[in-house]
Design a binder for this molecule. Structure first.
Ligand code: GDP
Ligand code: MG
Length: 196
């Protein structure tokens, strides 16, 4: 289950989005354990890991989604608490690229604003010969959404760490600016009291 926030370490909650078979589990398990092909394809799971992010120790929770039924539960209980999203498709599967639009819409509909930490991830970059989605189309979609586009290969460990670290940096920086804004707000509040 999704555990309560650690009191000690910052916790960044990430959800893997995307159609079936695009490589969400492969990316997750490559990132966490440097493993490939050692997992059950239909399984949805939550993983937690402690790691170093720019000199600071943090925890990451990764919710690896699978299947429509699970998504329904996840939607109501986990999405509101997520800090960021990796929206994955396969560059060798046009349908999975089209499905990213629904994933993006869902995230926004569930109350996240457009600046929510979010990466569009074109996985299976090793399958260039079977490529169905032109790079320019992927970049155009990311540009339209105002997000970063990265191509990965879970199979060959390409850019796998990069996408997770990029997302965690976006999350950390967003949390820092929110907390700064809150502190600023409090200070302004005190100032107003003093004037009164
Ligand atoms: P999920 O349903 O999104 O979790 O997809 P999986 O991680 O289960 O991957 C589906 C299939 O695609 C598996 O057979 C994986 O071995 C394969 N796969 C995942 N990532 C890659 C990749 O980067 N390159 C290639 N060629 N195959 C991949
Ligand atoms: Mg999976």
């Amino acid at each position: 289950m999704w555990e309560p926030t650690s009191r000690v370490l910052p916790l960044h909650r990430v959800i893997m989005l995307g159609g079936e078979g695009v490589g969400k589990s492969a990316l997750t398990l490559q990132f966490l354990y440097n493993e490939y092909d050692e997992y059950e394809p239909t399984k949805a799971d939550i993983y937690r890991k402690t790691l170093q992010l720019d000199g600071e120790q943090v925890q990451i929770d990764i919710l690896d989604t699978a299947g429509q039924k699970v998504n329904f539960v996840i939607r109501d209980s986990y999405y509101p608490r997520a800090d960021g999203f990796l929206c994955v498709f396969s560059i060798a599967d046009e349908g999975s690229f089209q499905a990213t639009q629904a994933a993006r819409d869902l995230v926004l509909r569930l109350g996240k604003d457009e600046s929510v930490p979010f990466l569009l991830v074109g996985n299976k970059s090793d399958l260039q010969k079977e490529r169905q989605v032109p790079l320019s189309e992927c970049q155009a979609r990311a540009h339209k959404w105002g997000v970063t586009y990265v191509e990965t290969s879970a199979k060959f460990q390409q850019n796998v760490h990069l996408v997770f670290y990029d997302l965690m940096r976006q999350i950390a920086s967003r949390k820092a600016s929110i907390s700064k804004a809150k502190k600023g707000g409090k200070k302004r509040g005190c100032h107003a009291c003093a004037i009164l």
